[in-house]
Write a protein that binds this ligand. Structure first.
Ligand code: FAD
Length: 381
């Protein structure tokens, strides 16, 4: 199906993203996987190309496209190369940085945004704690007032870019008695005394992204590190989670679409019983179904991208896009592994890695069960 949301500007941006990734990034994926993370040169070279500043105003070194379709194009191109690349970049450029752009003071913007655009300051967002991620309102990391300062204690886990981030947008409880209305966002820098991180977590997939546990032991910060208003952090997160879920949905579809295209090619080439395996009717029907499933999911996600670009995407529709796209992605990739036979189970095959990489998309950014809860509530249930 012909897609209608992108115009010439988006397609020319796509060509430059693709040229950059094919030349500077794709050849190094094996190294990134071996090192369980992206080197700083990846970030600074993406910054030089102007790819990290789509959300950042020009006065702070960005290009502030003001059109989410550009973010979607970049996420699609990253996903084509590796699912983890897209996750790491989106956490920085589409998810953490917008908190500073939207809620930061002039001083915070001057301090952080130019580095965020150039790739010299890498960001992460820390909501999830060892005790739980789904029930965000119950988080336990605290900031207690002591004179002019806040004293932060607690820990976060599963934080994407957590091992290498310079700045972590961190959700912290400032008013214990106020539940969801007692959470504040802080900008914690990796050099702040009392901040430390654990090892790179050993994940089933998305090996080339670094994911870490973070610890805060009497981290003392002034009011200048509060992002937005005290006790308004939960609302700030709720307002921005639709963008996070949408970019995840874009990446899910693009990732599965790419691997499916490679699988169709494989089915044309691989022979069994003297004929291409794709010519067996079972496989032909299977690949027809998966292609259709991707195109239908893509049409919904495209509509959500267009709505978000017009500032009209609801949190419920973002939730639908997130859970549906991740279910479709996982189903499609499982079939792609099957079509590859034994090779589909070998780590050196992209399809095997993609299958492992996809599993987390049903868990993170709000699990699919939490997404369905949001949709169910909207139905008045
Ligand atoms: C690789 C990776 C990267 C991540 N990156 C980040 C990051 O950068 N920043 C960040 O803050 N977090 C991050 N996360 C955390 C992620 O968002 C959480 O894992 C997720 O929100 C689920 O939280 P949990 O793991 O604590 O599971 P739990 O909240 O303990 O849930 C366990 C299970 O119970 C289900 N469940 C919970 N409540 C309900 C309910 N009411 N109804 C039905 N089912 C329910 C869940 O759906 C899940 O299946 C990452 C996770 C992974 C694995």
């Amino acid at each position: 199906m012909r897609r209608s949301i992108f115009g010439d500007d988006h397609e020319s941006f796509r060509s430059s993203c693709r040229a950059f990734l094919d030349k500077n990034v794709a050849p190094h994926i094996e190294t990134y996987i071996a090192e369980k993370g992206l080197p700083r040169e990846f970030w600074t070279s993406a910054g030089e190309q102007g790819l990290l500043g789509l959300e950042i105003p020009e006065e702070f070194g960005g290009s502030e496209a003001g059109d989410f379709r550009f973010n979607a194009v970049f996420a699609e191109e990253l996903s084509r190369v590796s699912a983890a690349l897209s996750s790491c970049v989106s956490i920085h450029a589409d998810i953490a940085v917008p908190y500073i752009v939207d809620l930061g003071t002039q001083e915070q913007k001057e301090r952080w945004l130019p580095g965020c655009a150039s790739g010299e300051i890498l960001t992460a967002i820390a909501m999830t704690e060892p005790g739980g991620g789904s029930d965000l309102a119950a988080l336990k990391t605290t900031a207690v007032r002591d004179g002019d300062e806040w004293v932060i204690n607690g820990s976060k886990t599963f934080i994407t870019n957590g091992y290498s981030a310079d700045l972590i947008v961190t959700a912290v409880r400032t008013s214990p008695e106020k539940g969801a209305k007692g959470i504040t966002l802080f900008g914690i820098e990796a050099t702040d005394p009392g901040f430390s991180r654990g090892r790179k977590l050993d994940k089933v997939g998305q090996t080339e992204s670094d994911t870490a546990e973070l610890f805060f032991e009497n981290v003392r910060l002034g009011d200048d590190r509060v992002i937005g208003e005290v006790d308004r952090g939960f609302i700030a997160m709720m307002e921005r989670l639709p963008q996070e879920r949408l970019i995840v949905a874009v990446a899910n579809v693009a990732h599965a679409k790419q691997i499916l295209a490679e699988t169709i090619q494989y089915a044309k080439e691989r022979q069994a019983f003297g004929q291409p395996i794709g010519s067996f009717q079972h496989n032909q029907f299977l690949l027809a179904e998966q292609t259709t499933a991707i195109e239908v999911a893509e049409a919904y996600v495209d509509a959500a991208v267009a709505a978000h670009s017009d500032k009209e995407l609801s949190s419920v529709d973002a939730a639908k896009a997130k859970f549906w796209s991740s279910d479709v992605q996982n189903t499609v990739l499982d079939h792609c592994v099957q079509i590859h036979g034994g090779y589909g189970f070998m780590n050196e095959y992209r399809v095997a890695r993609a299958w492992r990489d996809a599993r987390v998309t049903r868990i993170w950014a709000g699990s699919n069960e939490i997404m369905k809860m949001l949709v169910g509530r909207d139905l008045g249930l």
